[in-house]
Design a protein around this ligand. Sequence first.
Ligand code: IMP
Ligand code: MG
Length: 178
Amino acid sequence: MSQPYVIDKMISAKAIDARIEELAREIRATFGTEEKLVVVGLLRGSFVFIADLVRELEDINVEVDFIEASSYGDKMESSREVRILSDLRGEISGRNVLLVEDIVDTGHTLFQVVKYLKGRSPKRLETIALLDKPSRREVEIKATWTGFEIPDEFVVGYGIDYAQRNRNLPYIGKVRFT
Ligand code: IMP
Ligand code: MG
């Protein structure tokens, strides 16, 4: 049994929505609307973000793919060892790729997955993270685009879980143990 906790609202659904519109404009300006774009979601935390993001890119010929990397399990601490659990289905060689992450914490996951994807020779690879906790960083990496920088708090909602719970909250909240 996990310790009881409450969730304090941190970023509203409306604020997330507005930020995604801005981010989509920047993505469009970077990649253009002429070429195809492979949007790669890092499972599972990015599934809500990617769903909203691609719908803001409706004028781009987008292909959606997913990759799963090992994560925290049920713990709140990064394992620091990142393994690819489930690989892409499609080809990214010679193509424009946008990797979508829910949250960059220590940075190990983004670092390793970027390294892995670069090994597949994409034409151009950029990254986007909804959330960033810069104070927690252990490896030097930053997503091309970040939705919101947040302090060192454990957050849930909008696809992000605590021990597989709370992914379905429409907003981002922080976990507070009671
Ligand atoms: P990193 O490898 O330490 O950067 O961790 C990245 C992954 O850890 C994210 O994709 C999340 O799945 C998970 N994570 C990091 N911080 C949080 C949090 O506050 N709540 C839930 N999951 C988190
Ligand atoms: Mg994750």
